[in-house]
Design a protein around this ligand. Structure first.
Ligand code: GCU
Length: 338
């Protein structure tokens, strides 16, 4: 799978969508309220905390609804890259997907706030704010009319840092001219430009071969994905810039959510609350394990001049928080975290 091209992945996603449609697929139960097994797309491996927590989500939901509603998690991007699964949820071919904040920034610029350096100062404050509907309820509902999906809530990606093929990067000066893979969104592109690097937008599933072939010199992510995606094999220098704490979101087809009885919807919401809490519990342990295993595989982890990275990135806040809605969301997150 690692060597699968984006084109092949798109083919798989399209084939998966056609099969789902031919089987009477997702969408069918919308409005019926009878329940079904919902398909959830994930781009992580089976040993990633997201997969483990989401499997538990399905089990709890099934138990709480006497088997009316269940979830089948498709890991390893088998249903497509995140931008493709957004489309599948939007058109009702599948019901659920986990997508990174920058993917939603491409649909509604207000989501940029969740990817800004310093918006969250810890995983705990991030988790308490991104699942607090008083703070995020409006933005989470903002794509329902235009794209037919609802953001249910968020899970952490932890702090993201740089990793490279040829030596650690300890100051922004070390980043000059490096080709660095970024998630496909304006704020990530601007971040790399602010550090003097050359941003290369690319889907997550292409990063390993990108590093291996030298199309890119480095990437940025958390330790868990660095290890589970085996990126440490081809970019062994992990540099702790911790330039932002990333967020993933659970998106759900709005018609499916609306088809649930009140009681089943309450069970879904409660199971979700338990899911993000369980995921947060798993996160620290998974991070420690990832560091140990990656080190055993030859990776080195280096502390950097974090203040120099933070200073270079600080202009991004004013550059990207430009509307009243964005400012209200940014201030809401900061205020709720205090
Ligand atoms: C993290 C995140 C994913 C995202 C990935 C990326 O692993 O959890 O949702 O796709 O980063 O960098 O693309």
């Amino acid at each position: 799978m690692r060597t699968t091209s984006r084109l092949a992945l798109t083919g798989i996603a399209t084939a998966a969508a056609l099969t789902l449609a031919a089987c009477g697929g997702s969408g069918d139960a919308a409005g019926s309220g009878d329940g079904k097994t919902m398909k959830l797309a994930l781009n992580q491996t089976e040993d990633h905390p997201s997969f483990i927590a989401l499997e538990a989500f399905g089990e709890e939901l099934s138990e709480a609804t006497d088997g009316r509603w269940d979830i089948e998690v498709y890991p390893n991007a088998t249903l497509g890259a995140q931008d493709e699964t957004i489309q599948l949820v939007s058109d009702g071919s599948i019901d659920l997907s986990i997508v990174s904040a920058p993917q939603l920034e491409n649909l509604n610029k207000d989501f940029v706030v969740f990817s800004l350096p310093t918006v969250f100062d810890s995983v705990d404050t991030q988790m308490s704010t991104i699942n607090d509907m008083d703070v995020v309820g409006d933005v989470y509902a903002s794509l329902e009319d235009s794209h037919k999906f609802t953001v249910v809530g968020g899970i952490t990606q932890g702090a993201r840092s740089f990793y490279t093929k040829d030596g650690a990067v300890t100051t922004p000066a070390d980043m000059q001219g490096l080709k660095v893979r970024v998630q496909e969104s304006p704020v990530f592109i601007s971040m790399m430009e602010a550090l003097g690097a050359s941003p290369t937008p690319m889907a997550f599933g292409e990063v390993y071969t990108g590093l291996q072939s030298g199309v890119i010199d480095g990437a940025e992510n958390n330790e868990v994905s660095y290890f589970t995606q085996k990126h440490f094999e081809v970019a062994p220098y992990f540099s702790y810039s911790r330039h932002l704490i990333g967020a993933d979101f659970l998106i759900a087809g709005t018609p499916v959510l609306e088809s649930m009885s009140e009681e089943d919807r309450a069970a879904f919401d409660e199971a979700w609350q338990n899911t993000w809490k369980y995921h947060t519990e798993l996160w620290n342990e998974a991070t420690e394990e990832a560091i140990t295993e990656a080190e055993a595989g030859g990776a080195t982890f280096t502390e950097v001049d974090a203040q120099a990275f933070a200073d270079a990135l600080s202009p991004l806040i004013d550059q990207f928080v430009t509307t009243d809605t964005q400012r209200a969301l940014y201030d809401g997150i900061k205020g709720a975290a205090e």
